[in-house]
Write a protein that binds this ligand. Structure first.
Ligand code: DC
Length: 223
């Protein structure tokens, strides 16, 4: 396992880590793990089964047996929960906030560890999240921490939602993103923070192409 190479891309919501991770995974021909999607699906399963988002023990049991299937269709990630397509459902701001709540619970995080490790398959893995380089794959050969100001991230999110025909309010998004940053960064277990050996990229004034080139340069010897 440990000899299978991993590139971790961690960062706050809206930093562009998912987009860059998918582009790089395709470029390298490696597998891709969207760890945030697991937390989003777990929160969705809890809502579906009327389990309180703070009930650590019950959530850990659900996390252990979570019936989740990822597949790539037309270059985008399709997510199934208990046979139901939840791809769109889990991407709402509400689902992101619910995910951030279940993610603070230590028993939930440890129940999901093995599931994440199982994605480490040949020829390699690109993964994005909050604790990929610090906790889940600390021995990864390549680590990136991608960030950007909350205003720029909210603005990107606003445009993404608009493209999908979803109306939102920019100042509400700035508040929601800042609140989520605080919850993700200040939790006691696996908080959002760069690994000591991560390349830190601030994409506030950087386009996706530049970020992609910088990450590509970091893993040049994997090509
Ligand atoms: O990356 P995302 O926005 O899809 O993640 C949704 C939430 O899941 C995020 O607010 C915190 C949690 N999360 C986490 O705690 N650890 C990860 N590795 C990935 C996501």
């Amino acid at each position: 396992m440990a000899d299978i190479q991993v590139l971790t891309i961690d960062g706050p919501s809206g930093s562009g880590k998912g987009t860059v991770a998918q582009l790089i995974a395709k470029d390298l021909g490696w597998h891709y793990l969207d760890s945030g999607a697991i937390y989003r699906v777990l929160a969705q399963a809890a809502i579906k089964h009327s389990v309180d988002l703070a009930d650590e023990q019950k959530l850990a049991v659900i996390a252990q047996d979570l019936d989740i299937v990822f597949s790539l269709a037309d270059n985008s990630l399709k997510v199934m929960l208990e046979g139901e397509d939840v791809t769109t459902l889990i991407r709402s701001e509400k689902a992101g906030n619910a995910a951030s709540k279940v993610a603070v619970l230590p028993a939930v995080r440890s129940a999901l560890l093995e599931r994440q490790h199982a994605f480490r398959q040949l020829p390699g893995l690109v993964t994005d999240g909050r604790d990929m380089g610090t906790v889940v794959f600390p021995d990864a050969a390549y680590k990136v921490f991608l960030t950007a100001s909350a205003e720029v991230r909210a603005d990107r999110r606003y445009k993404q939602l608009k493209e999908k025909g979803i109306e939102s309010n920019l100042s509400d998004l700035v508040i929601e993103i800042s609140e989520r940053d605080i919850r993700d960064s200040e939790r006691t277990v696996a908080p959002l923070k760069p690994a000591d050996d991560a390349l830190i990229l601030d994409s506030t004034a950087m386009g996706i192409d530049t970020v992609f080139e910088r990450v590509r340069a970091l893993c040049a010897d994997a090509y």
